[in-house]
Design a protein around this ligand. Structure first.
Ligand SMILES: [Zn+2]
Length: 348
């Protein structure tokens, strides 16, 4: 005859032994299903009650209850122990080592190209100039013809660019924005003082000093009685603010179709102060700007009567200034998004 009392004791013992070997949640879940669930071995002991003789039923019932109690308590204890271990392990793994150096915050730096544009713009804003950016895609009319470069003009060869159609092209100079401004105001002509910073394009072979895309800042002043003295004074003020109080300029005669007379503007070397060095190629001077008095033909084409109005214009190459100032050897570095370059030349 089945001794339920003994079986309850044996089941309890076996369960507790098995439990002692468990060390994870999966095993614990399987254990619960095997022994403590509704169909588990301990509850199933009760199904044998009917086989127990009457006088032993009470004792047998108590034995099954005792087994249930013991195994449940052992299970709870094990569950709590595993949980504590798991928490301790997690705390150990996630421990913050405060002696480790913190993660460095990286700060972005301004490309020297934009640094120069910002500086030049600020200087002219202080002098009361307005900033007009214009458009990168221009018509032949605004890019060339209004600026005294008709279709057959030889200077077009030097400014060959990217054509979108016969009449649409990528602008070769930002002066197209000046032509727009003059034409827009020609119905009611009034003085103009403007700079146009922005990109210009030429079909150049890319090398260390040439790029098919580059930035210019061109300026235009139109008013009554403007003379070359005004141009010289303005550019002198500009180079002193840009390159230092001690800088001087000299004008050399030159040729541009949209100015007459035209000049190249040199600044006394800001590296050696004029004594001669590699930057100025031992001449003491650095060519920095092209300028001149606005050609009366340009004023006329843009709706300003040259008998009443006169003006001057100038243009500075942004990359050239940045290369000279920061000693950058290759123009392409400005556009290649190399953060090491930005670190080295972050315009301080
Ligand atoms: Zn020098």
């Amino acid at each position: 005859m089945l001794d339920l009392i003994e079986l309850a004791g044996l089941t309890s013992k076996k369960a507790k032994e098995e439990l002692s070997l468990l060390n994870d949640q999966t095993g614990l879940d399987a254990f619960y299903a095997k022994y403590l669930s509704k169909k588990g071995e301990i509850r199933m002991l009760l199904s044998h009650m009917k086989e127990v003789v009457a006088e032993k039923k009470k004792e047998a019932g108590e034995a099954v209850n005792k087994a249930m109690g013991e195994v449940s308590a052992a299970y709870e204890q094990k569950r709590a122990k595993l949980e504590t271990e798991k928490l301790a392990k997690r705390l150990e793994e996630e421990k913050i080592d405060i002696t480790l150096p913190g993660r460095k915050l990286t700060t972005g730096r301004i490309n020297p190209y934009y640094q120069i544009i910002d500086e030049v713009t600020d200087i002219f804003l202080e002098m009361g100039y307005e900033v007009v950016e214009g458009r990168d895609v221009e018509t032949d009319h605004f890019n060339f013809e209004l600026l005294n470069v008709p279709k057959d003009h030889p200077s077009r060869d030097m400014q060959d660019t990217f054509y979108i159609s016969d009449e649409l092209l990528l602008r070769t100079q930002t002066s197209a924005a000046q032509a727009h401004t003059m034409c827009e105001r020609s119905a009611n002509p009034r003085p103009i003082r403007m700079i146009c910073p922005g990109k210009a394009y030429r079909r150049d072979d890319d090398d260390m000093t040439h790029s098919h895309q580059f930035a210019q800042i061109e300026g235009l002043v139109v008013d009554k009685n403007i003379s070359i003295a005004n141009l010289k004074a303005t550019l002198e003020l500009f180079v002193k603010k840009m390159f230092g109080e001690k800088r001087e300029i000299r004008l050399r005669s030159s040729y541009f179709p949209f100015t007459e007379p035209s000049v190249e503007v040199d600044v006394s070397c800001f590296k050696c102060g004029g004594k001669g060095c590699a930057t100025c190629k031992d001449t003491g001077w650095i060519e920095i700007l092209g300028a001149g008095m606005v050609n009366p033909k340009v004023l006329q084409s843009c709706g300003y009567d040259p008998k009443q109005w006169s003006g001057f214009a100038f243009g500075v190459g942004v990359e050239r200034v940045a290369m000279l100032r920061y000693g950058v050897d290759d123009i392409r570095r400005f556009y290649t998004n190399d953060t090491r370059f930005l670190k080295d030349y972050s315009g301080k």
